[in-house]
Design a protein around this ligand. Structure first.
Ligand code: C5P
Length: 407
């Protein structure tokens, strides 16, 4: 999608086994449209060769502050001035200590120190053994570099190369890529608390069977991701779907419409934006058998009665919090025809300021879609695009409509 088109990133590698992940990270950054200049410490070159990194980045790797290839012999100045960001991945415990002290006796720490702080951000992806990570010296140094303006990314938890298990693994390349993209996203939802529902619900008939639908949850997950990237604190209430949780998003898994309503009502009180993308079942079986309903060979079929499920969106939109204007509610409508008429009517029926229409079952499970935004002023089309792009556009549209941000 070229989400990093036009961005020039200095990718710094300090010493650590996680250097092998930096090779893939380099590829992924380039695939998203960035240009990447690799800088390696001597320790990093013990773990992976500059040959690999040059081949993947398409540029000679820098490793020395005494590099006569640079006409002015000042690689630390040239490389740091060209960059839109410096990303150190892996960032070892030793490298954090160097940054904390403002050391400048090798190229990577030298160029971090020499960067113009106000326009070249420094992102660090720590990678180290769990004891090194937990050591007070490391934590002290991390706090110091954060205070000095660096962005310290999270670490993963799990098996480590040394055979131990715990905190300190470097994030995976795709997680780091998400973090870099999020970093560059304008924070139009800063300070907002966004609550999203996504996916289908599952209405149990008995312990092994139930009624559900084909909603994939892709649109709602894409919206949760885009909202978080735009600076919001995001809670995602998800029905049963097999999708990875977007980074930095708090996910609550639910099954039935009633579970979803409970989770939503609990969180809605603190939210400032509610986006209902879930395909909530309209009805659930009137009774749920405690035991599996057995076929008895008589040819008789069970009779299922239904009761209507609560309308989560309408309930939230009618809550005091929404009625006084503290919660901006957005509904979705999947229709098979007459989209504008149905979406307009649904907006009024649900009592929400913004209703997003799309053409029904055809979008279920797809990676792209087209949206029709209906509000009190009229309507606006978001033409066919990937759900990722539409989610970003929708987030921008919502941000424009939030009263606090318009002021
Ligand atoms: O009435 P309909 O199901 O078409 O409305 C769709 C919108 O209402 C979506 O935003 C959906 O998430 C929400 N909805 C809900 N609870 C229901 C039914 C729909 O929140 N029980």
């Amino acid at each position: 999608m070229n989400e990093l088109a036009g961005k020039h990133i200095v990718l710094g590698l300090s010493g650590g086994v996680a250097c092998y992940k930096a090779a893939d990270l380099c590829r992924q950054l380039i695939k998203e449209g960035a240009t990447v200049q690799v800088v390696m410490t001597e320790a990093a070159m013990q773990f992976i060769t500059p040959v690999t990194m040059q081949a993947l980045s398409g540029r000679p790797v820098h490793g020395s502050q005494w590099d006569a290839r640079e006409p002015n012999n000042m690689p630390h100045i040239n490389l740091s001035r060209e960059a839109d960001a410096i990303l150190v991945a892996p960032c070892s415990a030793d490298f954090v200590a160097r940054l904390a002290q403002g050391r400048a006796d090798e190229l990577l720490s030298l160029l971090c120190l020499a960067r113009p702080q106000e326009r070249v951000p420094l992102l660090l992806a720590p990678a180290m053994n769990r004891e090194m990570w937990a050591h007070p010296a490391t934590q002290r140094n991390l706090a110091q570099v954060a205070q000095d303006g660096a962005t310290v990314l999270a670490v993963g938890n799990g098996d480590q190369a040394c055979g131990e298990t715990g905190d300190g693994r470097m994030l995976e390349p795709e997680e780091l890529l998400e973090e870099v993209i999020a970093f560059f996203t304008p924070k139009v939802l800063a300070g907002q608390k966004v609550l999203v529902t996504a996916g289908p619900t599952f209405e149990a008939i008995d312990p092994v069977r139930g009624i559900t639908n084909h909603s994939s949850g892709k649109m709602g997950f894409a919206i949760a991701r885009a909202a978080r990237e735009a600076g919001a604190e995001v809670t995602l209430v998800a029905g049963p779907v097999h999708l990875a949780t977007p980074r930095g998003v708090h996910r609550i898994n639910v099954q039935s419409a009633q579970n979803m309503l409970e989770a939503v009502m609990q969180k809605a009180q603190r939210a400032s934006v509610f986006i209902a993308t879930a395909a909530v079942a309209d009805w659930r079986p009137a009774t749920q058998s405690e035991q599996k309903i057995k076929k008895d060979g008589s040819g008789q079929t069970p009779v299922l009665g239904f009761v209507e499920n609560p309308d989560i969106l309408a309930t939230v939109a009618q809550s005091q919090h929404a009625l006084v204007g503290d919660l901006f509610c957005v509904g979705f409508a999947a229709e098979s025809h007459d989209l504008l008429a149905h979406a307009t009517a649904k907006r009024q029926r649900k009592g929400v300021p913004l209703l997003v229409g799309n053409l029904g079952p055809a979008t279920f499970g797809q990676d792209d879609n087209a949206l029709l935004l209906v509000d009190a002023q009229g309507h606006r089309e978001l033409p066919r695009a990937s759900k990722r792009i539409l989610a970003q556009q929708l987030v921008a549209e919502i941000a424009q409509r939030l009263p606090a941000l318009q002021a």
